[in-house]
Ligand binder design. Structure first.
Ligand code: 6AU
Length: 281
């Protein structure tokens, strides 16, 4: 099964898309399968955590619509840091509308997500056309970039929400299997799934990215009852990477609420990396 293969081997498998391969290689290079959920309130804080933690992570996840002073300058500055520190930007937009509407929300509006985000999240419940619509929009943008500049400005892909970390989630069953089906049908655009377990079949190359991850407080081993009181449920990096076979951990408050964020991010990076090495050994 592919979750026993190294990211390096997976990058070189025949069915792996160029973007998936790039991400796998970046993970190997930085020895990090850590995505930071940069859930902060202002642009200044966002750019500060990007500078601070950029070396330790492979992906920085944003909620642009929760940043009170988001602007084009924020996006430009974040892109500059992402190039310098070598990480991808992931806007966690959770698109969930008809194709024509999500095209506009992706390309235009106040955020112009497609112009600065390498990855964004998408719900499958409006039906599979949502994937086709966003892929078409991304391709159009890519073609326009090819015509006006020397080449495309960035790789673009989506992550389908196949399972959620929150208690009582209805993203299960048919939703989960439709996401897997869409990922197989659009291997160049569906970079991965947001999930809580290894949803790959033996031939699948998409990545599994997993939120709801936290290390238990010092001295405490039992992680079975960790949550935030608002539905979020947490499991440890070791559990999701080694036991569940997930690829990338997504961590927000576990890192952001620490006194020393760099040291804490390093703890999460190492914990996930050690579990990954054990998994492929
Ligand atoms: O580590 P936390 O709990 O502080 O933050 C988790 C982050 C948040 C959520 O919006 C997001 O992960 N998230 C998602 C994503 C990434 O789409 C899906 C999910 O099922 N659960 C979840 O928490 O920014």
């Amino acid at each position: 099964d592919r979750h026993r293969l190294s990211f390096h081997s997976r990058a070189n498998l025949p069915g792996t898309s160029p973007f998936q391969a790039q991400l796998c290689s970046l993970i190997e290079k930085k020895q990090s399968a850590l995505c930071l959920a940069a859930d902060v309130d202002t642009s200044a804080e966002l750019l500060q955590v990007a500078e601070e933690l950029g070396d330790v992570i492979v992906i920085l996840k944003t909620h642009a619509d929760a940043v009170e002073d988001w602007s084009k300058e924020t996006a430009d500055a974040l892109l500059e840091i992402s190039k310098r520190k070598d990480f991808l930007i992931f806007e966690d937009r959770k698109f969930a509308d008809i194709g024509s509407t999500v095209q506009k929300q992706y390309i235009a509006g106040p955020f112009k997500i497609a112009t600065w985000a390498h990855l964004t999240t998408v719900h499958i419940f409006p039906g599979p056309a949502i994937v086709r619509a966003l892929e078409e929009a991304a391709n159009k943008l890519r073609n326009a970039e090819m015509e006006t500049t020397n080449g495309p400005s960035m790789e673009r892909g989506i992550l389908l929400l196949a399972q959620m970390s929150s208690e009582g989630s209805l993203v299960t069953g048919e939703c989960t299997s439709s996401c897997i089906e869409a990922a197989r049908k659009h291997p160049d655009f569906v970079t991965g799934l947001i999930g809580q377990s290894n949803l790959r079949g033996p031939q699948d190359n998409f990545l599994i990215m997993t939120p709801g991850v936290q290390l238990p407080p010092d001295g405490q081993i039992d992680d079975s009852k960790m949550g935030d009181g608002l539905g979020q449920q947490y499991r440890t990096p070791r559990k999701v990477v080694l036991e569940e076979g997930c690829d990338i951990i997504i961590v927000g408050r576990g890192i952001l609420s620490a006194q020393d964020r760099v040291q804490q991010a390093e703890k999460y990076r190492l914990s996930a990396w050690t579990a990954y090495q054990e998994r492929i050994a």
